[in-house]
Design a protein around this ligand. Structure first.
Ligand code: ADP
Ligand code: MG
Length: 218
């Protein structure tokens, strides 16, 4: 298993506990995580990516239990094995698209070691995602939202982490662009057998996935 959760729940302190379904994701599996707004989709991804601490229940990533890891070890494991596409893309404004794209590699020797030629690999992923080379030379404020999203995708995919987490990556795109984006994302993760969990409340993207996991009451 790439990732496995058990009896996971989270309470922000408002007294209402969010309960998450038990999840098992195998290598290369594509999961759509759906649920109403406020049902806890982003909270779930933040628990998986280690942004939020585990309060109750457990998560295992490639056999490592988050509950047993020190914060430092957890950071390292997550940098090596998880690529995250945040809802607010988190691109750094003073870096070019290329510099943003390769950022994940600076925090993981494991991911860096999987790539011979970083420049070639970055432009090649850009090409697969429909980004012209000159786009990668520009800073985020000179790019469209769709182009920024693709830079965030390259950053998550480079060095082939086993698990990709994406929080509503198509929320700013129109239906045609959504379809194109999902198809590109799909072929990129399939090429490297990466598992992916994509949060969305857009039913149009569901056909791209192996399995749908629902959070909360629909
Ligand atoms: P979704 O991504 O499905 O829209 P979230 O995971 O963002 O849902 O939120 C789940 C619930 O937790 C919501 O009721 C939301 O208001 C609450 N929540 C989210 N983030 C915080 C926070 N930082 N502090 C307090 N409550 C929060
Ligand atoms: Mg959310």
């Amino acid at each position: 298993m790439i990732v496995e959760t058990n009896a996971l729940s989270y309470d922000y302190g408002s007294g209402e506990k969010i309960q998450f379904p038990d999840l098992k994701v195998a290598a290369g599996e594509k999961i759509a995580l759906v649920g109403a707004s406020g049902s806890g989709k982003s909270t779930f991804l933040n628990l998986l990516s280690g942004v939020l601490p585990i309060q109750s229940g457990s998560i295992r990533l490639l056999g490592h239990s988050y509950n047993d890891l020190s914060p430092l070890r957890l950071d390292k494991i997550r940098a090596d094995h998880i690529g995250v596409i945040f809802q607010s893309l988190n691109l750094i404004p003073y870096l070019t698209g290329f510099e943003n794209a390769v950022l994940g590699l600076e925090f993981s020797k494991t991911r860096r070691a999987k790539i011979d030629d970083v420049t070639y690999q970055t432009y090649s992923l850009g090409h697969q995602l429909g980004l012209m080379p000159d786009i990668l030379e520009k800073r985020p404020n000179k790019l469209s939202v769709g182009q920024q999203q693709r830079v965030a995708v390259i950053r998550a995919l480079l060095g082939s982490p086993e698990l990709i987490l994406a929080d509503e990556p198509t929320s700013a795109l129109d239906p045609a662009a959504t379809k194109e984006f999902m198809s590109e994302l799909n072929s990129s993760v399939e090429a490297s057998a990466q598992a992916i969990i994509v949060v969305s409340h857009n039913p149009e993207i569901i056909p791209w996935f192996d399995r749908v996991v629902r959070i909360g009451r629909e």
